[in-house]
Write a protein that binds this ligand. Sequence first.
Ligand SMILES: [Zn+2]
Length: 68
Amino acid sequence: MISYEIPDPFDTFVANKYKDYNGMLYDFFAREWHLRCACCQEDLYAPNKKTMIKIRLYHTRNECLGGY
Ligand SMILES: [Zn+2]
């Protein structure tokens, strides 16, 4: 078995794929996703990642940036 010093390409791919999910955490007890907005530190909750992305998008557009 040869061990490589270079990063695993698949790990790098996964890290890049999910880099937008930074700060998004799954609460196993509440069974929902939790994200603290980087702009206003407001807590956002969603039942799944897809909904969380929509909520975050709505939040940043309509609440953080005031419609900009
Ligand atoms: Zn915010």
